[in-house]
Design a binder for this molecule. Structure first.
Ligand code: CA
Length: 219
């Protein structure tokens, strides 16, 4: 899962990004509204953390433009602590949730997790597909109750597939959601990751659709 953080306070951006990366997400940062708007318009993020007070273009305008252009990724806005007006305008402009500054990183992480889960139709932090259970909060994975150790990239790949069960996901789509923008794209890397996951989870869990992509078995 890939998350964009748009925040002009570098220290806050660094802390938020570190917390999200620790939570298993790929994170990219923008420090002003114009760059943030551009990235959100060109890259398929799974969620965005958007500060409202931004140079170049304010957060509300960024959000309105995304929504006008049909960008539907979940957006969590960061507002001044007691500004109910900011929260109301943000929600009206198309925000999915808000958090008043200052905030606890743990709460931000929980809210981003919840937004991504809801966007893919999951109500709790435990996502189950047959014998597989992935907990988006603890980032633990079990097969038939037995814990499985996954590397960061293996976890992100599985997490993306589990958020879209029964859907064929192309290598390009997987690459876009598990790697940073500047990563040298090589579809062989995805094949290697999928093969390693099959060894750890059982060979029948992930199906290959030749020339199209991969599908996680639902049952
Ligand atoms: Ca700001």
């Amino acid at each position: 899962m890939r998350v964009l953080v748009v925040e002009d306070d570098h220290e806050v951006a660094r802390l938020v990004s570190a917390a999200l990366e620790h939570g298993g997400y790929v994170v990219e940062q923008a420090y002003d509204g114009r760059e943030g708007h551009y990235l959100g318009n060109t890259i398929p993020y799974d969620a965005v953390v958007l500060d409202l007070g931004l140079p170049e273009l304010d957060g509300l305008s960024v959000l309105r433009r995304w929504r006008e252009d049909g960008r539907r990724m979940p957006v969590l806005i960061l507002t001044a602590r007691d500004s109910w007006r900011d929260k109301v305008s943000g929600l009206r402009a198309g925000a999915d949730d808000y958090l008043g500054k200052p905030f606890e990183l743990e709460e931000l992480l929980a809210r981003v997790e919840a937004l991504i889960r809801r966007a893919s139709g999951h109500a709790s932090s435990q996502i189950q597909c047959g014998p597989l259970i992935l907990d988006t909060h603890t980032t633990r994975v079990t097969v038939d109750g037995t814990p499985v150790e996954l590397t960061g990239y293996e976890y992100r790949t599985l997490s993306y597939l589990m958020h879209h069960p029964g859907k064929v996901i192309s290598k390009t789509e997987l690459t876009e959601h598990i790697y940073h923008q500047d990563f040298e794209r090589d579809s062989n890397v995805i094949e290697v990751l999928i093969n390693r996951l099959r060894k750890k989870l059982g060979t029948t869990r992930i199906r290959t659709h030749r020339g199209k992509g991969y599908e996680l078995a639902v049952h």
